[in-house]
Design a protein. Structure first.
Lengths: 244, 244
């Protein structure tokens, strides 16, 4: 990773970028993943680059849903693996639920490299897609899933999901928790719980909340309220004050 | 370039992305350029992915300034070269002003590949940076310029500029025309003329306007009005209606 001065005003943002460009060099992250990250970066900027109350509530509700799920799975793509590998592994271990590698841009090589990267960062249960198990209604490579993972899951946590797959998973009767910085996206609108926050801030918070007793977590959660509040912040003058 | 169905609702956006990921494969575009593009994509989305009146006025004013400049130079980076090489070459030829390769992430190899790419697409005058000529007040690689190009230029057209360099160029007394989808960025605010539009839409329009007689072009231009109007669109409910 290239050196970023400690004093740099956009240090966290630049370090996050460096994790992804390193991810590309390691064969984990795709070129398109970099573009998608840039898009998220702009929304994060418009949201003031902080975790809002609506995100905290969504994280709390996500923790409750993950703990109480029968078969929860954490779906991992090339950006999530590059940005928060340690947190994903820890989440999997604490919950006792597997990670499953699932990529938009098909590549067995990248799947294996992501698995290796997650193992190095402490994950133990890592499933890979299997062409025998398919999510119906999807054209992309993301339709292939693992028979012991997403295929039989009732709850899927997919940080950084695409709209088509989110809709297909919901259509299939599964519950989906996602992280999406754009509250207007199809993913954000289709998901059961949408954490409108940067994955690098949200994952450590989620990791903390899944350690809480279930009864301490949120019982009443309204995702449409989350999206309305996030959209209001997006349009708020104050959150746009600082510069890229 | 990968195949994108003609009917795809986000075809132009996906084709634009494919030009950049191809640019990376060709050694023209940097990884960081992909992230920067994604950020611009989000702002374009919020602006409704169309050329607004404020951008048309800025393009008109930019044409007038380029025509009337004593020593104008068109500064080209890895994203501009990948996205609009033909238009950059044509602009250079019509104006009789040189292109100059100028990269944030230093790489002689990439400079040479960009020059080659521009030559293939019809450009003829292409300058490269020279370590003997420096723009003061800049730490990045972008401080090095060509003695016959940016160094002696009174007007610089830099689509896709960074804030530091835009401010340094303005400080040095030069006039800067830029294309920036974020009207709140330091570049957008520092530049003499800010075209708040997608480079793939703006360049063909600019190319058309520089062919107009100088007297037909805009005389009174107020960049702060452009930025105010662009910001108002960014916050307008209607422009955010469609989904990514």
């Amino acid at each position: 990773m290239s050196e970023i001065p400690l004093s740099h005003p956009r240090r966290i943002s630049l370090e996050t970028r460096a994790k992804l460009t390193d991810g590309v060099r390691q064969g984990i992250t795709s070129f398109d993943g970099l573009i998608a990250h840039g898009r998220g970066e702009a929304f994060d900027y418009l949201l003031g680059e902080k975790t809002h109350g609506f995100a905290e509530r969504a994280i709390d509700a996500a923790a409750a849903l993950l703990i109480s799920a029968k078969h929860a799975v954490i779906s991992v793509n090339g950006n999530a693996a590059a940005l928060v590998p340690r947190e994903l592994g820890a989440l999997s271990e604490i919950l006792g639920k597997p990670l499953e590698v699932n990529l938009f841009h098909a590549s067995r090589d990248r799947e294996l490299k992501i698995r290796e990267h997650l193992l190095v960062h402490g994950a133990r249960q890592i499933l890979l897609p299997d062409e025998d198990f398919v999510i119906t209604g999807l054209a992309s490579n993301r339709r292939f899933v693992n028979g012991q993972g997403i295929y039989r899951a009732d709850v899927i946590f997919v940080p950084l999901e695409d709209g088509d797959r989110c809709e297909a998973l919901i259509q299939s009767g599964r519950k989906v928790i996602t992280i999406d910085l754009n509250p207007l996206s199809r993913t954000a609108r289709a998901a059961t719980i949408t954490i409108v926050d940067n994955i690098v801030r949200a994952l450590p918070l989620l990791l903390d909340r899944v350690k809480a007793p279930l009864e301490d977590l949120l019982k009443d959660y309204d995702n449409s309220r989350t999206l309305r509040e996030a959209e209001a912040v997006l349009r708020d003058r104050k959150s746009m004050e600082f510069k890229l």
